[in-house]
Design a protein around this ligand. Structure first.
Ligand SMILES: O=C(O)CCC(=O)C(=O)O
Length: 213
């Protein structure tokens, strides 16, 4: 198992949509990328959920062909350190963060365009928004170089980010009044060679309280 080094996350570039949508690249130190990979060993197997843009429902979807697992917030010392760093980077309280999600896309894996914000078109989403507020931002960190395919694509913005180990893409889509920005529509292009590993952090308007807690 790799040793967790000091977690360095540097906001290197900003760009993207303008208006309510902000995009940024960040960089994660290689030791920490290895450590995140090691920590996930043996915990995979469940298909991942996404929010269907048409219905707002959380779905296990043929629109996403990847496998994933969640860490609980501050599940161990290393994850707690990442949670703290991402809280500082996004300028939101640690407690507003959902647990880190790690995704694995095999060859052919990807996702159709979708929003990360919750649409209040079903009871589960309405209850989640009532508990924790809306999702406000997403940080996707790439854990490996992908030889071909696997870009994070923003079709409305005409923006695509290639997965490079240790880089990340950050985007915001909800203002203080709770208005969401549909320009944050995004997808993972299919991996055509190799595989793709990412870790995703979603932040909420308020303390994140999961269903049943
Ligand atoms: O894997 C990616 O590039 C994007 C991940 C994603 O769409 C998400 O976490 O909502």
């Amino acid at each position: 198992m790799a040793t967790p080094g000091s977690f360095s996350l540097t906001n290197t570039t900003t760009g993207g949509g303008g208006g309510g949508t902000v995009g940024a690249w960040v960089n994660v130190s290689p030791a920490n990328v290895d450590f995140i990979n090691d920590l996930t060993c043996g915990n995979f197997g469940s298909e991942t959920m996404l929010v269907d843009p048409a219905t707002g429902q959380d779905i296990v979807s043929d629109k996403r062909t990847s496998y994933g697992m969640f860490f609980r917030l501050a599940e161990n010392d290393f994850i707690a350190r990442i949670d703290r760093r991402l809280s500082a980077l996004t300028n939101l309280p640690i407690e507003n963060g959902e647990g880190l999600q790690v995704l694995h896309y095999p060859v052919g894996g990807g996702s159709e365009p979708h929003f990360d914000y919750l649409q209040p078109t079903n009871v589960a989403n309405r209850e989640s928004i009532a508990r924790s507020g809306q999702r406000v931002s997403t940080l996707v960190t790439y854990l490996n170089d992908v030889p071909a395919g696997g870009q994070t694509v923003f079709p409305t913005l005409g923006w695509a980010v290639s997965p490079l180990r240790g880089n990340a893409v950050y985007f915001e889509y909800c203002d203080d009044a709770g208005r969401v920005d549909p320009r944050s529509l995004h997808a993972s292009a299919p991996v055509t060679q190799g595989e793709k590993w990412v870790v995703t952090k979603w932040m909420r308007q308020r303390r994140f309280v999961s269903a049943g807690s």
